[in-house]
Design a protein around this ligand. Structure first.
Ligand SMILES: [Zn+2]
Length: 254
């Protein structure tokens, strides 16, 4: 019996040594002591995907999840008439409102949109609020005439552009960063959806009309944006802007 036990013990020791030798020869990553636990397939948040989305949302070029308020959200009046804007447009025109002043929450910005619409329709006699979009200092974008309707924001230039108004007086102070970022995001979205040409040119209202709009401080900001175009320099250059339809350019000849 003692001899049998001794044989079994020696056999077990040899097996143990053999197992140690085999395990020691294996690459560490194949051992169960791998410090990275297996990833459960259910019941955990997809951290990598979430992180990727967060990274994209911080990118001004790809971000298109800006807050947006449709016309019904600011109780817009019905337009008196509408004309289709031919897309994609080659220009984006940046405006400021000067008056009303900057708005920082949805109530104030709704009122700003309404007051601009009333002024444009009742005093100017236009069909609707002139701009395609308004943007508040809270970074919220408000639908004006929208992407597909011809605007009334830049005389002789409406057929070739989308007009974006950064609500506020930006002569001496610049808009908050969130308002500028939403303007860029809105333009990027317009390009992505085929409303604006990928090689669009961005101008300030003063480049196509005799006006101080979009305010000296904001104008200095947009001159640093990648699509800013120095031509046309003033409204006197409009007759040489080839993107403008010939019938409009001919009407400008003196
Ligand atoms: Zn303007």
């Amino acid at each position: 019996m003692a001899e049998l036990c001794g044989t079994l013990l020696r056999w077990s020791i040899r097996r143990y040594k053999l197992a140690r030798w085999i395990l020691g020869a294996l690459p560490a990553k194949n051992l169960c002591m791998d410090p990275h636990p297996p990833v459960p397939t259910r019941g955990i948040p997809l951290r990598l995907a979430t992180h990727t989305e967060d990274s994209l949302s911080e990118n001004e070029i790809t971000r298109s999840n800006y807050q947006f308020v449709y016309r019904s959200g600011w109780h817009a009046r019905h337009p008196k008439s509408e004309q289709t804007l031919k897309a994609p447009v080659p220009f984006v025109v940046i405006h400021h409102s000067y008056h009303p002043k900057a708005c920082y929450d949805k109530d104030d910005c709704r009122n700003a949109m309404k007051s601009m619409q009333d002024f444009h329709m009742d005093v100017r006699g236009w069909a609707d609020i002139g701009y395609n979009f308004g943007i508040g200092s809270d970074g919220v974008v408000y639908e004006g005439r929208g992407w597909n309707v011809l605007g009334a924001h830049a005389l002789h230039f409406n057929t070739v552009s989308i007009g974006i108004c950064l609500i506020g007086d930006w002569i001496e102070t610049v808009p908050p960063s969130v308002q500028l970022q939403s303007a860029k995001a809105l333009i990027a979205h317009g390009v992505k959806k085929g409303h604006i040409m990928p090689k669009y040119k961005l101008v300030g209202h003063r480049q196509v009309r005799d006006t101080e709009c979009p305010g000296e401080a904001l104008y200095k900001v947009i001159q640093k944006w990648s699509h800013y175009a120095p031509f046309p320099r003033t409204y006197r250059d409009l007759k040489n802007v080839t993107e403008i339809p010939a019938y409009i350019r001919e009407s400008l000849e003196d």
